[in-house]
Design a protein around this ligand. Structure first.
Ligand code: SF4
Length: 557
């Protein structure tokens, strides 16, 4: 139906898809460069820069731990604190704990990559929101509630994107409020859609941008924001945890970041290359909160917010080619995240800044071909993005099968000097079938899920409520399952329908129908974490943008 409508066309010079830290930094830097150029008599003052964002407002879909290395922000906006940036709480102490089921011990040697001198405990969604407001005040055109739905090409050149249609019913009919998406045509399009960006994923596949690279590997992070009485917390105190509740074959760990004396970010990150098909990040996070050390801290507080997001952890070997005719890819969409430091915001921002410098030069030359935009590749490889990612290139590979796999990796690669790319496959290929993983009858969810009490432990639906998630229910599902027969026949037998467990928002349910089961998709619960697009063992789930404005409304996360 979408092709039958007449779409409004708009031409811009630079189109930024997604308003996360990478693209916001790109817009900021580009405006700086253009202003400077105009003051010097240049002609780029009329250039139109447009940012589109699927969330209802800038920052509403941004979520991270987060400990910020301010290096890129300080370079981009040296006076950001004077301007009121929400970057205030310096890390005051950091410790790494190994948790057993009831006890804990301090890890005596913390790798230097996990030291946080000069870093800040922040809320990413507050930072994105602040940058968006500042950019709008500078005259940048930002359109929230607008998703990039389709790539536009002229030959093999990316020529912009089509935005989401609004007002289509569940059955695909136009409703009274129908508004077709626009064709936004641009000289350069920058994809900064965050992790597993839906258009970036399509582009990478279409242009084979990942040829010769390893597939991307991911974790899923589940977190909450807690509030405490004034003076309870030490601002800037950081704990990272290993061990419980994860088993020795599962990659991941927990975090506690004190944002102030009253606010704490707490969460658990779980590698999506897990073996147990019943791995459930939200339930594992609940188990972590029941650990005596953590339950004691949380007993004085109150949960305020919930959110979840996949995290690209593959590092250097998984970075696709991120430039081409008419486009660049920045931030998490191109896996600029250092898994050894658990940090990506500074790399995302730096990549946006380098993209801006590349685009500025290409606009000056009037050349948006791959040859011109390849300068982005040279720039990031000459920057600290490369230094950080190359020096930690094997981090994820060492811990592929949990903490015990590191010595084996080191022995295997010692003689190559660790310079050869280790072979890696997609995460979901690790998942074991039920009969391989469980020797007897597989457990049922009530055997591994802690009982909700509405204070410390929450069921998934309550958690979704605390994420502020909302979608218009009368729209086509943005979770596209290519063959639901597989769910009801093969998957139920082989893997026990793991979508019910890896999804942190209870979107997928297997309903009893007659003598069998049928997949029910509660798309309106979706917190846009992208886990299902990655972890489904048959690779039959595709996440596409829903109607713009839908999704979580993160606040303080
Ligand atoms: Fe995440 Fe997919 Fe569940 Fe949405 S449906 S919350 S993207 S796992």
């Amino acid at each position: 139906m979408a092709d039958e409508v007449t779409r409004e066309e708009m031409e811009v010079d630079v189109l930024l898809v997604g308003a996360g830290p990478a693209n916001l930094a790109c817009a900021w830097r580009l405006m700086d460069l253009i202003e400077k150029d105009t003051a010097a008599g240049g002609t780029l003052g009329e250039a139109v820069i447009m940012v589109i964002e699927k969330a209802a407002h800038v920052g509403a879909h941004s979520i991270s731990g987060a400990v910020l290395d301010p290096v890129a922000l300080n370079e981009l906006i040296p006076n950001h604190q004077e301007l009121g940036s929400p970057v205030k709480t310096k890390i005051s102490s950091d410790a790494m704990l190994y948790l057993t089921s009831k006890g804990k011990f301090y890890v005596p040697w913390v790798p230097s990559s996990m030291h946080h001198e000069g870093c800040y405990a922040i809320s990413l969604n507050e930072l994105s929101s602040w940058m968006g407001t500042q950019l709008e005040a500078r005259g940048c055109q930002i359109f929230p509630g607008t998703g990039g739905a389709k790539l536009l090409f002229e030959g093999n050149q990316v020529a912009g994107v089509q935005t989401d249609d609004k007002g289509i019913s569940k059955e695909g009919h136009r409703k009274a409020n129908f508004e077709p998406g626009m064709n936004l045509r641009s000289k350069v399009t920058v994809f900064g859609e965050g992790v597993r960006g839906s258009l970036a994923k399509e582009l990478i596949k279409k242009l084979k941008l990942d040829e010769g690279r390893n597939p991307q590997n991911y974790t899923t992070g589940v977190k909450e924001l807690w509030e405490f009485p004034a003076g309870t917390l030490t601002p800037g105190q950081v704990y990272h945890t290993m061990g419980y509740p994860l088993d020795m074959q599962t990659f991941g760990g927990g975090f506690i970041y004190n944002l102030s004396d009253t606010l704490m970010s707490i969460g658990l990150v779980v590698g999506l290359n897990y073996l147990n098909p019943f791995t459930e990040p939200q339930a594992l996070f609940s188990k972590m909160k029941l650990h005596p050390f953590i339950a004691d801290i949380l007993s004085k507080g109150k949960m305020l917010r919930y959110g979840a997001k996949a995290i690209p952890e593959g590092g250097y070997w998984s970075i696709p080619k991120n430039y081409g005719d008419g486009f660049l890819i920045v931030g998490d969409s191109t896996a600029f995240l250092n898994p050894a430091r658990l940090k990506g915001i500074h790399l995302a921002m730096k990549s946006g800044m380098l993209a801006a410098e590349t685009i500025f030069e290409s606009l000056k030359k009037g050349d948006n071909t791959e040859k011109s935009l390849a300068e982005y590749d040279r720039k990031w490889r000459s920057s600290y993005i490369y230094n950080e990612l190359y020096s930690q290139r094997n981090f994820h590979y060492m811990f592929e099968n949990g903490p015990l796999s590191a010595p084996g990796f080191v022995m295997k690669h010692l003689f190559t000097g660790f310079t050869a790319m280790p072979k890696m496959h997609e995460d979901h290929l690790n998942m074991r079938k039920l009969k391989v993983h469980f020797s007897g009858t597989p457990p049922t969810p009530d055997q591994w899920r802690p009982k909700p009490d509405g204070k410390l432990i929450f069921n998934k639906l309550d958690s979704v409520y605390y994420s502020g998630t909302n979608h218009d229910e009368d729209q086509p599902s943005h979770l596209q399952v290519s063959d639901t027969n597989i769910c009801a026949t093969i998957c139920v037998e082989e893997y026990g329908n793991p979508c019910q467990y890896f999804c942190p928002a209870q979107v997928y349910e297997m309903e009893e129908v007659g003598n069998g089961k049928k997949l029910k998709i509660n798309a309106s619960n979706c917190v846009h974490c992208k886990t299902c697009d990655i972890a489904d063992p048959y690779g039959i789930i595709t996440w596409v943008v829903p109607e713009g404005g839908g999704g979580p409304k993160y606040d303080g996360l």
